[in-house]
Design a protein around this ligand. Sequence first.
Ligand code: SF4
Length: 481
Amino acid sequence: MEKTIDEKKQGKPLVLEQEKGNTRKLFIESYGCAMNFSDSEIVASILSGEGFNTTQNLEEADLVLVNTCSIREKAELTVRKRLEKYNAVKKHNPKMKVGVLGCMAERLKTKFLEEEKIVDLVVGPDAYKDLPNLLAEVDEGRNAVNVILSKDETYGDVSPVRLNSNGVTAFVSITRGCDNMCTFCVVPFTRGRERSRDPQSIIEEVNDLWEKGFKEITLLGQNVDSYLWYGGGLKKDFTKASEMQQATAVRFSDLLELCAKAQPKMRIRFSTSNPQDMTLDVVETMAKYDNICNYIHLPVQSGSNRILKEMNRQHTVEDYKQLISDIKNIIPDCGISQDMIVGFPTETEEDHRDTMALMEYVKYDFGYMFAYSERPGTMAERKMDDDVPAEIKQRRLAEIVDLQLKHSAYRTKQFVGKTVEVLIEKTSKKSEIEWSGRTHQSTVAVFPKEHYKVGDFVSVKIHDCTGATLIGEAIGYSKNN
Ligand code: SF4
């Protein structure tokens, strides 16, 4: 596999892994969560073995794949717009084949072919290894579909081809699927039951990334806290495993420790956590290793116990607050971010005030906030009316976004006057002469480039900030460089 460097905008080197001798061109784009971006790297690897190299140029593609998201209606509309774009391109490039991957493909299945005539191929998140066979069918002029969800597929034996990579940070997927069945969520239907990847293959990937010069990994899963390796198979079948398997099972805190020890200078992050599955041994393991970043993305979705119940979230607001204070006790400077949904069916002004009160209690570093979007096939869609009017949803959304901006500014200001370790990722968006990178808490920091380079760990003295960005001066390499 050879690497070519393609200078993209903002001076960010773009590492493209290309196989010598491959002649076919794959254009692949991804939407939605980090799992989709990580899966696209698996797909690029599988197709690299079938003679495909990736291209950034849609016009020259033999195969165009879009990895789709189904989490909100807007995400699906975005994909349909892209398919229109492909349609226009196909007029000049009739040999081009089009395929849809990911959650929308899994949700719609063969219906996708009926609804979008340009689509030749529909492949669900667990069926990417079948792509060579499916493509053979397409090459013979037939449509092809595989949306079977798996009980054990983790792609642990596929070495991802890094796409749009800065050569510094990379995703490493550790679990697939989700068993939690939150009533608003489509993921359990589009990604199947929870299963964890062999820790050995995860460590091999971490070591390989370090060899290739990467400095930070994010361990990925819909629900990383319920990582549980006991030799393969579904998490829900763990109780049927042998005593030996149960006794030697690897849990998330064990995996974190294995990764931290494997590459002591590699920064380690993880996402996404779930408050009902998070255990304090994970936080204690974070505190024990310098290279595990002091940051947790901890979605809560609502601050009202009544709404949490309607969402089938298996914790109360009080449980969540207790977890937050336990985290802050063990790691006082831990950065915490949230996911929030406003306008869930039956949400009242009082429920909304409860959400604002929880945000006031935590004062999150940042968050991802959305208005409720009814998803076909979910429990909420089947059992509840989407009864909160759109304008009330938008007003409540604006209120929590404003509150979050205030809290982000409060948290960012706390770094002024301090020295933080920053891993340089790219040139700052705002200035060609400044580097941009992130602190342990995943807060962005910018500072003059001087003699430093992408991939350096630098100690930066912070003298100012905006609402979300730290502004500073490099005072030398950090001890981890
Ligand atoms: S934990 Fe809930 S919200 Fe998250 S992926 Fe699973 S079902 Fe969806």
